[in-house]
Structure formats: structure tokens, C-alpha cells
Design a binder for this molecule. Structure first.
Ligand SMILES: [Ca+2]
Ligand SMILES: [Ca+2]
Length: 518
């Protein structure tokens, strides 16, 4: 029987890599069993999803239609049936028509993996002779999935959902240079709050690589990242919104990157990064309506960064806030990290007398939290004196806490409603929750410090720290074998912990590794 220890080295921001350490010298005298170990090996571990690079969705559908050229793609769209999955081979597809999912349900349009291998290209963001390609993908079907591709350079929306659509999923898609809202969800009946519900936008990347659009008829700079009307129960998670920024001369100076309004309800926006966007998130804008412009919902565990000098002084004068709930009662804005570098007045703003029962807790910012026009909110345990030096790399939008940020680490109140952080790390760790979107971890992975046999039992010792939790995993080989969890969420202790695994006598070799509990 051969046992081997492994060590997990985790990049707390992006990925895990597992590095086998070996050979491990073992000296148990186990009768009748030859013990020997392999030399060094490295295996790539599970990767945490990040914007534009998330684990591949399983390929499913009643028909899988594989295409590798733009004419084949259009042919597949022409013969589209409900349940179809159109699987695009890697390559660039210069669209000759918008992809219309019209009256078809459960349709998937996707690449195989990542977000950059398949690229759908419009006729040019500011090209008014866009012909048959105003949009990228247009759908009024239920359960439309768009995944693992890039859409860029469309005159109008890159993705648009219309009356009849429900439960769309936009997953690991890169949206670049849209001539209007990158993703638009239209209403059926705003007064009665009927629109596209249960949408999910996960691990996508929204960016203007240069200037935003010219005047397409509604004034210069008419865009949002996501604009949804009369939408209920959407989730916006794990996305990057970058450089969604108009010049001072534009008609629209405060476009929210994420906008849910006109009778929208219960939006969850979490674990996103907003880098140099004019306004990050708006739940509601308008209080001249017979309905709440938005109600309920959560904004949590997001990073927002505006780099120094991003806004002119004149622009700042009308800035209000970066995370806003206007005419949006019952909205919780918790555990966000917002570094505005004096470009805007307020990190968070609640506005209008209809905005009641709101919360702002455990936010970490360098700008205040503001109540405007008789809005009411519980404001608790925020730290609004953040400095750039508290964070890992503000220039890239990375507001992970440094170990030196001791005025934020363990200084939050623990909220039952927020059980993880921007990385998906469990909260609280250590003595209490940390203020801001990142729950700090010293990130010292466990090491297998001892491993011995007792009969067919394997006793494994891990180096641990108090306040952290650990998992032990096991595999029978390195190729194709999945890592089974032997033990999970075991509390660390000074001096380490010892765990026991029962092995069958027939097992010839076995691999172990430890990790911080996710
Ligand atoms: Ca903590
Ligand atoms: Ca973290």
C-alpha cells in the first residue's frame, strides 16, 4: 500500500493549484505491504470561476447542432426548434443577421468553454448601416442560454430579452463595445410589474475597450451594462464591468452598469467587480411612478473602484452615489468594498421617502453612506475611511484585504444573510466577519505533517490554524479520479489536527491532500 501526502496551494482570488509533495518518507512496519512513493508531480486543480472564465456548462439539449461557419450558424438558426443547443466551434463569426430565438424555448447558443474562443461580431458599434445585425442575440423564448462566447460591436443591444422570455441564463460571456445596453430585458406591463423574471447573468465580462457609443438617436452615450424593466428575481453574479464611462460631453453622465428599475423586484447583485464605471448599481431611479421602482433585493460582496482623477470636479458635483437604491424599499446593501478616490460623493445612497426598511452594513469605503430625500435605512458597522493601502491591487479593481487592514479584519457584525464573500469564502472566518466584500484569510494551506498506517486505517496529520476550517480529500489515482472528501469543515487547532481514514486492505495506493474549506 502506498500513501502520499499532498499540499494545496490556493490563490485566494482566482484559482487553486494542487502540488504533490513527495516522496514522503514513511517508516511504518506494516507486515506484508511494500511502501514506496512516487516522485514529484503537479496536477491542475479545480479553478474558481472568474469573470469570463468559469467552468464549462455540461452540454445538453434535445438536439446538439454543431456549426463551424457563420452560414452554418445562420442555417441552424433558420431551422431552430425548441430544445436545440447550437454548439459553435472555436472561431470568429462575422454576423450577417442577428440570432433570433423567436418562439422557441429551451434554446442554447454556446461555445465549448471559456468566453474568448468563439467570437460573434456585429457590423460595428457606431455603424448605422448595420443591415440585418442590430443586435447580437434576440430572444422571446423561455430558458434561453447563452454561454461561452464573445459578442462584440453591435449597433444596438448585444443581448436582448423581450416579452415572452423567462429565466434566461447568460453564462461566461464576454460582451464588448455595445452600441446600447449590453444586456436589455424589456417589460410586458410595467404598471403591473410583468416582465422577464428569474434571469441569471454569471461570470460575464462587460467592457468598452475605447469610447462608448455615439448618438444613435437617444443622445450620446446611451448604454448600461444590464438594463432590466419589471424584472423579478434576477441574479447578477461574478461579473466584471470595466470602463463603462462616458465623457463629460455625453448626454448620459450617470449610467448605472447594473440597472433594475420600472417595477423590478428582488434583484441579487453579488461578487461583481466594477472598475471605472460611472455608476455601479442602481435599484430604482424614478419616484414619479405609481409603483416602487424597485423593491427588496440585495447588493453584497461587490468591489467598486474608480481610479484617481477619473471624474472632473464639475462631473463630481452631480455624482450622488455609486451604489444606489432610489424608490426601492427593503433593499440590503451589505459587505461591499467601494474605493472612489474622491471621484464621487457617496459610496451608497438611499433616496426618496418610499425607500424604507433598507440596510447598509459592513460596507468598506472611502466615501460616506447617504440618506437623501427622506429615505430611511439602518446603517451599521460600516467603515467609510478606507485607504488604497488596505487593498491588494486597487488599480486592477482588486480590493482584497491585506493583512495590515486590521481596522476591517474581524471588525464587522456577523450577518445571517451574508454567509460568504466575493470569493465564495465562508463567513465569518476568524473572530468575526470582516468589513467589506473580502473575508480575509491568511491563506496558509494545510500541510500533511504526518501520515501513518494503523491496521488498514490511515492517520493523517494536518498543520492548521485556529479560526480556519479544513477539508481532507482522497483519490485513488491521478488520472481521471475525482477527489472524494474524507472530512470537511474540521476546525483548525494550534499544533494541527489528526484525521483517520479507513482504507480497504485491497487498496494498493492512495493519495491525500488537505485544503482550506471553501
Ligand atoms: Ca474575519
Ligand atoms: Ca476572501
Amino acid at each position: 500500500m502506498c500513501f502520499m501526502g499532498t499540499e494545496t496551494v490556493a490563490d485566494r482570488r482566482n484559482s487553486h493549484k494542487s502540488i504533490l509533495i513527495g516522496p514522503i518518507t514513511m517508516h511504518p512496519k506494516v507486515t506484508g505491504v511494500v511502501i514506496y512513493c512516487m516522485s514529484f508531480a503537479i496536477l491542475s486543480g479545480a479553478t474558481r470561476p472568474v469573470p469570463g472564465n468559469a467552468p464549462s456548462l455540461p452540454i445538453s439539449g434535445s438536439r446538439i447542432i454543431r456549426v463551424s461557419t457563420e452560414p452554418q450558424l445562420q442555417s441552424a438558426m433558420g431551422g431552430l426548434q425548441s430544445g436545440d443547443t447550437i454548439l459553435l466551434a472555436d472561431g470568429v463569426y462575422n454576423l450577417t443577421s442577428t440570432l433570433y430565438i423567436n418562439g422557441r424555448n429551451n434554446v442554447t447558443i454556446r461555445g465549448a468553454s471559456g468566453s474568448t474562443n468563439v467570437v460573434l461580431v456585429g457590423m460595428g458599434m457606431d455603424n448605422s448601416t448595420y443591415g440585418n445585425v442590430p443586435f447580437g442575440v434576440w430572444s422571446n423564448g423561455t430558458n434561453t442560454t447563452i454561454a461561452h462566447l464573445t459578442i462584440r460591436e453591435t449597433w444596438d443591444n448585444e443581448i436582448i430579452f423581450n416579452q415572452g422570455a423567462q429565466s434566461p441564463l447568460v453564462y461566461c460571456v464576454r460582451l464588448i463595445n455595445a452600441g446600447s445596453q449590453f444586456i436589455k430585458s424589456n417589460p410586458t406591463d410595467v404598471t403591473n410589474g410583468i416582465g422577464v423574471n428569474n434571469g441569471t447573468v454569471e461570470y460575464c465580462w462587460f467592457e468598452y475597450t475605447g469610447s462608448p457609443p455615439n448618438d444613435h438617436g437617444s443622445g450620446v452615450g446611451y448604454f448600461n451594462g444590464i438594463s432590466a424593466h419589471a424584472a423579478r428575481n434576477w441574479i447578477v453574479r461574478g461579473n466584471m464591468f470595466k470602463n463603462l464611462h462616458n465623457p463629460d460631453s455625453a448626454a448620459y453622465l450617470w449610467n448605472p452598469a447594473v440597472l433594475f428599475w420600472r417595477h423590478s423586484v428582488n434583484t441579487v447583485t453579488e461578487q461583481n467587480v466594477f472598475l471605472n464605471v460611472d455608476r455601479a448599481i442602481a435599484y430604482g431611479l424614478d419616484n414619479t411612478t405609481p409603483y416602487f421602482d424597485h423593491a427588496g433585493g440585495v447588493i453584497r460582496n461587490n468591489f467598486v473602484v474608480l481610479l484617481p482623477g477619473f471624474m472632473s470636479a464639475a462631473r463630481k458635483a452631480s455624482s450622488d452615489g455609486s451604489l444606489i437604491a432610489w424608490n426601492s424599499p427593503g433593499t440590503q446593501i451589505d459587505h461591499n468594498s467601494v474605493l472612489l478616490n474622491s471621484n464621487e460623493f457617496f459610496a451608497v445612497e438611499f433616496r426618496f421617502s418610499t425607500t424604507t426598511n433598507c440596510m447598509a452594513r459592513n460596507n468598506l469605503s472611502d466615501a460616506p453612506i447617504h440618506l437623501r430625500d427622506s429615505a430611511r435605512a439602518t446603517i451599521d458597522s460600516n467603515l467609510v475611511t478606507a485607504l488604497p493601502g488596505m487593498f491588494a491591487n486597487p488599480a486592477s479593481g482588486d480590493l482584497h484585504l491585506l493583512a495590515s487592514a486590521t481596522n476591517a479584519i474581524d471588525k464587522g457584525v456577523t450577518l445571517l444573510s451574508v454567509t460568504n464573500d466575493i470569493d465564495g469564502d465562508r463567513r465569518p472566518r476568524g473572530a468575526s466577519s470582516d468589513i467589506g466584500a473580502d473575508e480575509f484569510t491568511a491563506n496558509t494551506p494545510p500541510r500533511i505533517s504526518n501520515l501513518r498506517l494503523m491496521g488498514t486505517n490511515v492517520l493523517i496529520s494536518l498543520t492548521t490554524f485556529p479560526g480556519e476550517s479544513y477539508d481532507l480529500l482522497r483519490a485513488d489515482d491521478l488520472l481521471g479520479s475525482t477527489w472524494a472528501i474524507v472530512a470537511s469543515n474540521i476546525a483548525g487547532a494550534i499544533g494541527g489536527i489528526q484525521l483517520t481514514d479507513r482504507a480497504s486492505a485491497s487498496v494498493t495506493h492512495r493519495l491525500y491532500r488537505g485544503r482550506l474549506s471553501p
